[in-house]
Design a protein around this ligand. Structure first.
Ligand SMILES: [Zn+2]
Length: 233
């Protein structure tokens, strides 16, 4: 009997090992038909092959950058804390672009403040399901967000003391005030929005018409969508 039980265990262990071995290194598509990297070992294998894919803390590359991750607190769309152990993570190449933006801004006594950077894919799904919003304000789970790819940031401008400059709206204000086309704000707010936009675009970022704070890199689509907790990087 004992031998039979041992043989059975060996058999099922072999099946389990085979199953694991076959999925290792493969990135599967999820129920939305989207390719999502969910295992840190798959991410690490990709980085080993292409070191530029590494996710880095923007503060390590740009020590002067300010950070206030809105989804790590409760001042956000859902009014609840969505991130734990959050860090402002972006792909290495994205951090380098941000460093050049920061260098440009520093010549005028200004700098960047990050409201959001990498967002695990499951948080995008939660945001989508969590509140009835106009679809143009959120990335649908079937597409994912450029934040999920580590290739988008939500940013604003700060002065030399780290104080936020006047902008036409607050972060995540989903009214017409958040649009780049909104004109009915103070001249300084309009000028600040324009300065942020021209500086970001000079270094390879692309804006989003209805959110003045959101920028992705021109090549954002080349990065895989990730659904890996912050603490694992
Ligand atoms: Zn964004």
């Amino acid at each position: 009997m004992k031998l039979t039980a041992f043989a059975a265990r060996l058999f099922f262990s072999a099946i389990f090992f085979f199953a694991c071995a076959t999925v290792r290194g493969e990135v599967r598509t999820n129920s939305y038909g989207l390719r999502v990297v969910t295992d840190i070992r798959d991410y690490m294998a990709q980085v080993k092959e292409s070191p530029d894919l590494a996710m880095v803390d923007a503060r390590k590359v740009i020590p002067s950058i300010k950070v206030d991750l809105k989804y790590a607190g409760t001042h956000n769309l859902l009014g609840k804390k969505l991130y734990t152990w959050a860090r402002p993570l972006v792909r290495k190449q994205v951090a380098e672009r941000l460093r050049r933006v920061q260098e440009d801004l520093s010549k005028e006594g200004l700098g960047l403040k990050i409201y959001d950077a990498y967002r695990p894919y499951n948080i995008t799904v939660e945001l989508w399901r969590g509140k009835a919003l106009k679809p143009e304000y959120l990335a649908p789970p079937r597409l994912g967000s450029h934040h999920n790819r580590g290739a988008a940031v939500d940013v604003t401008l700060v002065d030399a003391q780290g104080q936020e400059l006047d902008m036409p709206s607050h972060f995540d204000d989903l009214s017409e005030r958040a649009s780049h086309n909104f004109k009915n704000a103070s001249p300084s707010a309009l000028a600040n929005r324009r300065k942020l936009g021209t500086t970001m675009c000079r270094h390879g970022f692309v804006g989003l018409s209805n959110e003045w704070w959101h920028y992705r890199t021109e090549d954002a689509e080349k990065f895989d969508i990730l659904d890996i907790p912050f603490m694992e990087f």
